[in-house]
Design a protein around this ligand. Structure first.
Ligand code: XMP
Length: 317
């Protein structure tokens, strides 16, 4: 029988033997996989693990600071890099979803490469790759997937000439969570919903501006907080708000308004390949809608997505 404590013990011993006194760089995303991989490596090689956590300006409200803090509490040697302006300026005016993904992947690699360069004599790149990623190795999704799909291609950034260490590449997601628990990682990190690498960029339909990011972050925070308070956060597999590129008429007091629409999405799923829309209670939806419309300037309408995958996808872009 597979046992998380035994896995932790053998893996740490193997990593120690394999890495010796070598240095490793690893990009943290705030997600479960990279966090668990980092903590395992940290147990094996301590301060020789150099973690890099990039703020692309497309994370949830206050998430960068909160997650960076919890990494520091875990004792990880982590460097937070504020690259918000770099990402947002490169994304300005771009509407096409695949183009957005490509830009975010490229800028991530540039930022990561710069930071990795500053680690003297680094020999290894640590990654939180899990078994399903290995199978699904040809993926077009996200910065981490972009890194994977670029292996063995010419003209690589310097850090890709590093040897790769992937301590989780035999595990499924539920096993990664068990390993994380065995390692004592904060349940807040282990229980987090999946979040796409390109972040809010693919939840703002059309072009991205700092104003739209700020509006979506506010609406998404109200949504997420209500899911947590009502106990629904752990009952759905993934949830998030989407900023729609349409304006509609409303009234506020005696005034006619003409403002944007926020769509709420929540799904149940096992692996993201198929998904059913979650039947959130009407009272909860009503509360969230009121809070968003009353508190988020620029939004006068909230809708709920009742589409399942297939044929809809979880994300809108
Ligand atoms: P879809 O929209 O394809 O999403 O039903 C399935 C799962 O994948 C996530 N997703 C992404 N993750 N980079 C990522 O790292 C991406 O570009 C990306 N696009 C979708 C999505 O959030 C859901 O969990």
């Amino acid at each position: 029988d597979w046992n998380p404590d035994a896995f932790v013990e053998t893996t740490i011993a193997e990593l120690k033997a394999k890495l010796g006194d070598d240095k490793v760089v690893l990009g943290l995303s705030g997600g479960v996989d990279s966090s668990v991989a980092a903590v395992l490596l940290h147990h094996a090689i301590g301060k020789n693990l150099h973690c890099i956590f990039v703020d692309n300006g497309l994370l949830r409200k206050n998430e960068f600071e909160a997650v960076l803090d919890s990494y520091k509490h875990m004792g990880l040697n982590v460097r937070g890099i504020d690259a918000k302006d770099r990402f947002l300026s490169q994304l300005a005016g771009v509407k096409d979803p695949e183009q957005k993904r490509k830009i975010i992947g490229r800028v991530f690699i540039e930022v990561f490469d710069d930071a990795a360069h500053e680690v003297q004599d680094v020999k290894w790149l640590g990654q939180g790759t899990i078994y399903p990623d290995v199978i699904e190795s040809v993926s077009v999704k996200g910065p981490s997937a972009t890194i994977k799909s670029h292996h063995n291609v010419g003209g690589l950034p310097d850090y890709m000439k590093l040897k790769i260490v992937e301590p989780l590449n035999t595990l499924f997601k539920d096993e990664v969570r068990k390993v994380g628990k065995a390692l004592g990682i904060d349940p807040l990190i282990l229980g987090r919903h999946p979040f796409p690498g390109p972040g809010l960029a693919i939840r703002i339909l059309g072009d991205i501006t700092p104003e739209k990011v700020a509006i979506l972050q506010e609406a998404d925070a109200i949504y997420t907080n209500n899911l947590k308070e009502s106990g629904w956060y752990d009952k759905v597999w993934q949830a998030g708000a989407i900023f729609l590129p349409v304006q509609s008429v409303g009234v506020m007091g005696d005034e006619r308004t003409y403002e944007h629409v926020i769509c709420l999405r929540a799904v149940g799923s096992l692996d993201g390949m198929t998904a059913d829309w979650s039947h959130l209670p009407y009272e909860l939806l009503a509360k969230i809608s009121n809070e968003i419309i009353n508190n988020v300037k620029g939004i006068n309408r909230v809708v709920y997505d009742i589409s399942s995958k297939p044929p809809a996808t979880i994300e809108w872009e």
